[in-house]
Design a protein around this ligand. Structure first.
Ligand code: ROI
Length: 173
């Protein structure tokens, strides 16, 4: 059904792990879509200004029949719903939902770049993605697993009972 796409989730404000669980629950409810995999929870130092809390990150796999911009609209509506306020460039946020990949589609417009333009440069997108889909080949032809060693040690993978329970519940549906 539809396309397989990958959503990057990040949060560092207002009970960030709970924010990730709320966002994952919303992804599981999207119309014409199915949540098919979720990565472990990761902890990382902020990329950008260092005077902000550390981040929690994850990646979700979604099968969807929505068009890329319709999915983007839904993700931005969810960010609003969770009270996201843009405080400063590369600053703190209670939830960030980015489309990392949408099948093998390549798309450039003012609202959306596919693949996400920073996907291969950020440990907190690349490593969780490689965890759930190690065989993935990017539209550029690059094999994901060949890109990950450069980021070894940058990200801490967490065992978090509440987060794991939330993912199990959402994936069992
Ligand atoms: N830094 C980390 N570690 N994780 C993120 O999700 C993240 N998101 C961002 C910026 C502010 C660039 N830094 C981040 O948007």
């Amino acid at each position: 059904m539809g396309e397989v796409c990958y959503i990057g989730l990040g949060a560092n404000l207002n009970d960030p792990i709970k924010q990730l669980c709320t966002a994952l629950a919303a992804l599981a409810q999207l119309p014409q879509s199915r949540l098919t995999a979720v990565s472990s929870l990761y902890h990382s130092k902020p990329l950008g200004p260092q005077d902000q809390p550390d981040f929690y990150n994850a990646v979700a796999e979604l099968q969807t029949e929505l068009a890329p911009l319709a999915l983007l609209d839904a993700l931005q509506a969810q960010e609003q719903q969770q009270g996201r306020v843009r405080k400063r460039h590369w600053g703190e946020r209670c939830i960030d939902l980015d489309i990392l990949l949408f099948g093998q589609q390549q798309h450039r417009c003012s609202r959306l770049n596919l693949p996400h333009h920073e996907l291969t440069q950020r440990s907190f997108t690349l490593l969780p993605l490689a965890e759930i889909q190690p065989q993935l080949v990017l539209p550029s032809g690059e094999l994901l697993s060949q890109l990950t060693p450069a980021f070894d040690g940058e990200l801490q993978r967490l065992q978090h009972a509440e987060y794991q329970a939330c993912c199990q519940r959402l994936l069992a549906r």
